[in-house]
Design a protein around this ligand. Structure first.
Ligand SMILES: *[C@@H]1O[C@H](CO)[C@@H](O)[C@H](O)[C@H]1NC(C)=O
Ligand SMILES: *[C@@H]1O[C@H](CO)[C@@H](O)[C@H](O)[C@H]1NC(C)=O
Ligand SMILES: *[C@@H]1O[C@H](CO)[C@@H](O)[C@H](O)[C@H]1NC(C)=O
Length: 354
């Protein structure tokens, strides 16, 4: 073969690989497609509401259950399979409602999906109706969990920043990734931190994946939305929202405050950092080489044009400046009277026991 021919051959190779051959859907993804459709239609119902928030929360509570010291299987579905053990952990308070909501869907489909895949699939799909949320990758093939997670691995809102950073560091998460994960609090609320007011959102817009959580938590706290004296809760700036002590401290700690502040005015950054961080969470305790990419099952959430604003009646002077290297930028103030943010309507299963 002449040199010229060889060169032509070598040059042609990348073209062969780049040719637009339509990827065959892997069998496991086809098998899971009806499960995804059922969750989207009948669990979430096109809403970024209580069921979606619960499914997103469950990702974290399942996956973080792993430690290089005391063990645990990570993102293995143990929170479902060993629910009787793990729901008794204090840090999993309130997840009984989430499992009551999601559990029937797992039981219906358990012949075709492992509990570990179910938790991650439901979590990735939960963002589908949340404007501004990123599309999160989903991989399938997690084996059934072997044992419950050990207790005390899930951080609590009253844990210190040192404890929280150390817990995450032990499973490979750097401080900016922790703050990226916490952007989930943009579409979340608390049911049991103040048990007198279930469904109290963490920011003014719990069905939109916007930057309000990062703005609201930096404002001077002045009130409790319900009762005072709850462990893990500090005063909030907007009536009807609940502020976690851990969010308050991470927003002000020099190790995390600048990431927090950056996200406050950069929604695309917040979304783009969340997606890989939550995907990394979904791989804890798993070997990615044994899993199959089924991200094609996950819809792209609706777009959002985010305009960062202070809530009505609040200004830059109400911000507790915390990033040592950059001042918080001035923002417009949303017009109107101070807000009384409404509770998040609770999924049906919650009503039965309240
Ligand atoms: C919760 O655990 C019990 C027993 O451990 C099991 O029978 C039940 O199916 C579990 N719930 C779900 C939703 O998996
Ligand atoms: C959170 O605080 C409790 C009580 O001090 C402690 O037992 C637990 O280990 C802490 N959790 C983490 C993840 O550090
Ligand atoms: C907060 O909102 C609730 C419900 O709308 C209202 O009853 C309460 O007076 C408000 N509190 C403050 C301090 O504005």
């Amino acid at each position: 073969m002449s040199i010229r021919k060889l060169t032509a051959l070598v040059l042609a190779l990348p073209l062969v690989f780049a040719a637009p051959s339509k990827r065959q859907t892997p069998a496991i993804c086809s098998t899971l497609a009806p499960v995804a459709q059922d969750l989207l239609e009948n669990l979430f119902g096109g809403e970024c509401g209580d069921s979606a928030h619960g499914a997103l929360r469950l990702i974290f509570h399942d996956a973080i259950g792993i430690s290089p010291v005391v063990g645990g299987g990570g993102a293995d579905g143990s929170i479902i399979t060993f629910n009787e053990t793990e729901l008794a952990f204090e840090a999993n308070d309130g997840l009984d409602d989430v499992l009551a909501d999601l559990g029937p869907f797992f039981l219906k489909h358990q012949a075709v999906i492992s509990s570990g895949d179910f938790v991650q699939l439901a979590g990735a799909l939960s963002l589908a109706a949340c404007p501004g949320a990123p599309k999160v990758q989903f991989v399938a093939g997690r084996p059934p969990p072997l044992a419950p997670s050990p207790n005390f691995l899930v951080p609590e809102p009253f844990n210190t920043t040192d404890q929280i950073l150390e817990r995450f560091a032990s499973v490979g998460f750097a401080p900016p990734e922790i703050i990226a994960l916490l952007s989930s609090h943009s579409i979340a609320g608390a049911d049991t931190v103040d048990p007198t007011i279930p469904g109290t959102p963490f920011d003014t817009t719990p069905s939109v994946y916007d930057t309000n959580i990062f703005i609201d938590v930096l404002l001077k706290g002045t009130l409790f939305p319900g009762t005072s004296g709850n462990q893990g809760e500090v005063e909030t700036a907007v009536n009807g929202t609940l502020r976690l002590q851990s969010d308050f401290e991470l927003a002000r700690d020099p190790r995390t405050a600048c990431t927090w502040q950056e996200f406050a005015t950069n929604q695309p950054l917040m979304a783009s950092q969340f997606a890989p961080a939550v995907f990394k969470l979904s791989l804890l305790g798993q070997n990615i080489n044994d899993l199959t990419d089924c991200s094609e099952l996950i819809p792209q959430p609706p777009a959002l044009k985010d305009v960062p604003e202070f809530p009505p009646g609040q200004f830059l002077s109400d911000i507790q400046d915390s990033c040592p290297t950059a001042r918080f930028p001035d923002l417009p103030t949303q017009p109107g009277p101070p807000l009384d943010v409404a509770p998040i309507p609770q999924a049906d299963s919650d009503d039965e026991d309240s």
